[in-house]
Ligand binder design. Sequence first.
Ligand code: ASP
Length: 438
Amino acid sequence: MGVKVCKFGGTSLADTNQIAKVKAIVEADDERRYIVASAPGKRDPKDQKITDLFYLCHEHARNDLPFDEVFALIEQRYNQIITDLGIDLDLSPQLAKTKADLAGGASKEYAASRGEFLNGPIIAAVLGYAFIDAAEIVQFDKHGRLLRDQTHEATRARLAEVDRAVIPGFYGSGPDGEIRTFSRGGSDITGAIVAAGVNADVYENWTDVSGLLMADPRVIDRPKPIDSVTYKELRELAYMGASVLHDEAIFPVRQASIPVNIRNTNLPDDPGTMILPDAAPIAHQGTITGIAGRKDFTVIALSKALMNAEVGFGRRVLGVLEANGVSFEHMPSGIDTMSVVVEDDQLNGNEEKIIEAIKAECEPDTIDLYPDMALIATVGRGMARTPGMAAKLFNALGAAGVNIRMIDQGSSEINIIVGVNMHEFETAMRAIYDAFVN
Ligand code: ASP
């Protein structure tokens, strides 16, 4: 029998109604054998996530303030869920221990992890699956970094002993057994670890949207969903601002070539988005996968006669950036010109200092700073080795009256990045979307 690992996010487990959907989803496919559960999330936009309530308890305890009221909210939520589901489970000993631990100075990460720790047994009871504490399998070093190999081995060995299990997401244990967590949203990582550990056929990540969209819905009206994307494309889109899976969550499954399927708990019939290994065949040549963009970049533009023949010019420019702790994003160049694109945050108000240092080190004929730039990446494996894709992109921008300030095509030909003035960002995004999608 095949194996599917399903991670359910906080909104999928926010209340009894949602948990009933989860149960139906798991029961609909016998291969859904390992379930990674988040803590109950928001039931409506004004609601509180259980994890946030735990952070609040910790903050109170740290300042020697009573936290009974906040803790009572947590207790009520779990007890309500248990009662409404009609399951035979008494969480009061664990709740009492958690409260005592918090009062006794337990760490912030311990506090944060309890949302998942307490929810796991509920979901296990609902499904009739075993509960396995993530602290047994997910291991961190003393700096809180995931010990990948040990975790993989522990997960593989422990889960081989159980046919079906629920594992809480988001946390694990450190060298002395203390609880450590991933960064926020980290249950995605646990899901990927479990998927790799049981060598799953697919890692289903169940959330409240039907997969990834081809563009930011705040800019493009009702963008189409992406049906499949490779890890490499996803990395390009995520880097350019598309919000997708937790970055580190890609790693374990990518390494094991396990596809990820982003699904919607509220619309379980939607196929969602498949994230595939990089070698996956291309369904549609000549198409794009998605568009993503980011604002707030500055271009440092340099020119110098005979720059092309000057050995070490580029190195010296980059050396100045390095000496100032600035990382750069792109470096398009001409014969006697060179531009370096940097994020405004990186410059951090040090523009003048950096310009003076470049002048001293490299003696350019001109050096200009162009702030207020935006970068837009058009990404798609269907673009590679297809003539006319760049022309289509530039024509679309030209027709929309957008001035292209910078062009960069990745060597893999799966992306073309253009730099435009920030005030033309939205116009540019729409022009590209319309040209390729509509
Ligand atoms: N419950 C944690 C959070 O709110 C982790 C997660 O849901 O993935 O960030």
